[in-house]
Design a protein around this ligand. Structure first.
Ligand code: ASP
Length: 423
């Protein structure tokens, strides 16, 4: 019997081949064919074409599914409950993530023994960090159309929730509009499945491009920093996510992990939480999570829940303190926990923003911002991994909240072959 290869397997094959091919290209001398035809041409079209198609779906999908989810909630209180459970999960796991990072950074001391003066890389571009008041006020869109056009997730979430809640409050009168939104939601999900068929090629090109351009020397110099961040991410995933999932849902985690590889391939290749929203929605639907929960927790998580980023920031702060020979006191560590938690809320789910927000964390404890230049060398690789953890947190939270709200179909969770088989 001929076995059909699932989409997840195809994406993983693309990921692996991209890694091998990227390293191979890296070892080749510069030439017109390598730089212009392959990297600047074929990879660009496949990779950017794929990412742009996914991004195209983010705003419509988030808006439509969130309106559907919140408007079909019989009682508005349920939304409040889901909202508060989600916020508690997101904020507390982020704080735990930073504590793990600070612990590992203090014990393993990745910065000790590094000669910082010889590694200074000159100019460092630091972006602006926002104040907490700006972050809060920034949630309310003065013009919803502008929020859509700019893809401002928090503003879109705010507007969608208000729309959905209002629809739910006027009851039957809103039924025709609700029907339209539900149909639109089905159409969006179908569009996502169509785009995902191109994922194996897109992922291949994105990963190959990254590994053909990342400097190997920088990786070697910063391997200790990288190792500590990766260890922190691994501990967080196994202990915190694995533990909380088991504790609250009492289910086996394997069916989730199997499907999550599909999302991970996207986060790994795009380094963007936002870009992973459609894929997360798709696997959670297959895993039996209802629209009510996932339509809220996933876009919200992609916007404010960044545990992987927080781990990077904790380790990076200690790494920078160590290479500059600065001892951090307990109260400074506490300040890092607080500012990094807030920074993670303000970090947009796009590549590299976590590094910009690191400046806010460093400033809060007077660490030299120039230190950021040192870890820039491995930034892209760290971003791939931390984004994957960011998004895994959103998915685990969704499963836990859905389970507690009885918005979780366990038969679907364990159903083999629920995955859409690629044609
Ligand atoms: N790339 C991360 C994300 O999208 C954010 C960051 O840490 O830069 O989740």
């Amino acid at each position: 019997m001929k076995r059909k290869v699932t989409l997840t397997s195809k994406i993983l094959i693309g990921l692996f081949l991209g890694f091998i091919f990227g390293l191979f290209l890296k070892s080749m001398p510069s030439s017109y064919v390598k730089d212009t035809v392959i990297i600047g041409g074929i990879f660009k079209v496949l990779g950017t074409g794929f990412t742009t198609s996914i991004k195209m779906m983010v705003v419509p999908l988030v808006f439509v599914s969130l309106v559907c989810g919140s408007s079909s909630m019989g009682d508005v209180k349920q939304l409040g409950r889901i909202g508060s459970k989600t916020m508690v999960f997101y904020l507390s796991t982020t704080a735990v993530a930073i504590i793990i990072a600070l612990f590992l950074g203090s014990v393993l001391k990745p910065g000790v023994g590094l000669d910082m003066s010889s590694m200074m890389s000159g100019e460092v571009a630091i972006g602006e960090s926002k104040s907490i008041v700006d972050i809060i006020l920034g949630i309310i869109p003065s013009n919803p159309i502008a929020a859509f056009a700019n893809g401002d997730m928090l503003q879109i979430i705010f507007f969608a929730l208000l729309t959905g809640v209002a629809m739910s409050m006027i009851g039957e009168k809103a039924d025709p509009v609700r029907k339209i939104f539900e149909n639109a939601n089905d159409i969006c999900m179908k569009m996502v499945s169509i785009i995902m068929l191109a994922a194996p090629f897109g992922v291949f090109a994105l990963v190959a491009e990254t590994f053909s351009t990342v400097g190997k020397d920088a990786i070697l110099v910063l391997v200790k920093y990288l190792a500590v961040v990766l260890l922190g991410l691994l501990i967080h995933v196994t202990l915190v996510y694995g533990g909380l999932f088991k504790l609250f849902t009492k289910q086996k985690i394997k069916p989730f992990l199997k499907k999550f590889t599909r999302v991970a391939a996207i986060t790994f290749s795009t380094s963007s939480s936002n870009a992973s929203v459609p894929a997360s929605m798709e696997i959670l639907e297959e895993l039996g999570v209802g629209k009510t929960t996932r339509s809220f927790t996933i876009p919200m998580g992609a916007t404010i829940n960044m545990d992987g980023t927080a781990i990077m920031q904790g380790v990076a702060a200690l790494f920078i303190a160590q290479i500059y020979g600065i001892d951090l006191e307990m109260n400074q560590m506490m300040t890092i926990v607080l500012t990094a938690t807030l920074a993670s809320i303000g970090t947009a789910g796009v590549p590299g923003v976590g590094m910009i927000m690191l400046s806010m964390v460093l400033t809060s404890v007077n660490l030299p911002l120039e230190g950021i230049g040192l870890i820039m060398g491995v930034e892209r690789i760290v971003d791939m991994f931390r984004t994957t953890v960011n998004v895994m947190g959103d998915n685990v939270c969704t499963l836990i909240v859905a389970n507690s709200e009885n918005d979780f179909n366990k038969e679907m969770f364990y159903a083999e072959g629920a995955e859409k088989v690629a044609v």
